[in-house]
Design a protein around this ligand. Structure first.
Ligand SMILES: Nc1nc2c(ncn2[C@@H]2O[C@H](COP(=O)(O)OP(=O)(O)OP(=O)(O)O)[C@@H](O)[C@H]2O)c(=O)[nH]1
Length: 282
């Protein structure tokens, strides 16, 4: 299933999340480490009200490590607990459990001060499509549970899962829409695969990504694609990349669509190294 975010769907998603928020003590907000700002839901803070949250920057293995560290500092300066993870690293997943345990303890201490009996704390995972919600639930539960997929929009069903005796996690994550008012944010989200490829043209996404890399990661383009960055005509960049990667149509002409696809797949799979599209304090 792929979600298309029409106003009706957005209102329904908001309502569902608000309902389920009543059941939990804190939330684990997932953002994509490659675009920690653009991959936040625009109104999450409003929905959360006073609820404590742990921000988890997912897919750190695909992001620029230096910027990930800056983003962590940035979120901490804002008073949030924040962590960056690669779900394939057990230690990273364990760090979430440890942090959640600490949050639970501090919430329980506050309860105690108010004369409320401490109890096992409950949490839910929230995030935009394809950020890694189901994968993280699976890893935390240490089981193959929720269905996961490469395409945005594949999560269902509901139950509590005990996480190492430390807290209880709602089996179904809350899915919220990404930001899409701003065109540049749209390109960033498309580049990292958070919105459907059909919404923006593949070649426009590739052009956006190439220009961003020219400005922020020039060495990647020089090393990986041997591009002449003095050359301003992006079509010639496509020619170079297309030729190098065998993206040819009949008659030996460059297939630009195929070339765009190669660029995007290289980017999303991490073949170009860690790339991050949002910079803190910019
Ligand atoms: N490289 C990398 N890939 C990850 C990581 N976490 C998740 N993924 C991949 O991201 C893709 C999407 O993961 P899902 O768990 O299906 O994402 P979701 O947020 O549940 O998606 P929806 O069901 O669309 O809301 C999958 O291909 C995962 O393997 C990570 O830390 N690193």
């Amino acid at each position: 299933m792929t979600i298309q975010w029409f106003p009706g769907h957005m209102a329904k998603a908001k309502r569902e999340v608000q309902e389920r928020l009543k059941l939990v003590d804190f939330v684990i907000e997932l953002v994509d480490a490659r675009a920690p700002q653009s991959s936040q839901n625009p109104m999450l803070h409003e929905v959360l009200e006073q609820k404590q949250k742990l921000i988890v920057l997912m897919k750190k293995d695909l992001a620029d490590q230096q910027l990930t560290n800056k983003w962590l500092e940035h979120f901490k300066e804002q008073g949030h607990d924040a962590l960056a993870v690669d779900v394939n690293q057990k230690g990273d997943v364990q760090a979430i459990v440890k942090q959640a345990k600490q949050m639970g303890q501090s919430i329980n201490e506050k309860r105690k001060e108010k004369g409320i009996k401490p109890r096992s704390l409950r949490a839910m995972i929230l995030g935009i499509p394809n950020v890694g919600k189901s994968t993280l639930i699976n890893r935390l539960a240490n089981k193959k549970r929720a269905q996961t997929g490469d395409k945005p929009g594949v999560t269902k069903k509901q139950q509590w899962i005990k996480i190492q005796g430390e807290f209880e996690l709602l089996d179904t994550p809350g899915i919220l829409w990404p930001k899409f008012e701003d065109e540049e944010v749209g390109y960033k989200l498309a580049a990292i695969g958070s919105i459907k490829d059909q919404i923006l043209h593949l070649d426009d996404i590739a052009v956006y990504a190439l220009k961003y890399m020219r400005d922020n990661y020039p060495d990647v383009l020089k090393d990986r694609y041997k591009l002449d960055l003095e050359e301003e005509d992006i079509v010639l960049w496509f020619d170079t990349i297309g030729k190098k990667r065998g993206c040819l149509a009949s008659g030996g002409v460059i297939d630009y669509e195929k070339t765009a696809d190669v660029i995007i797949q290289d980017l999303r799979s991490g073949k170009l190294g860690g790339i991050t599209f949002d910079q803190p304090n910019r």
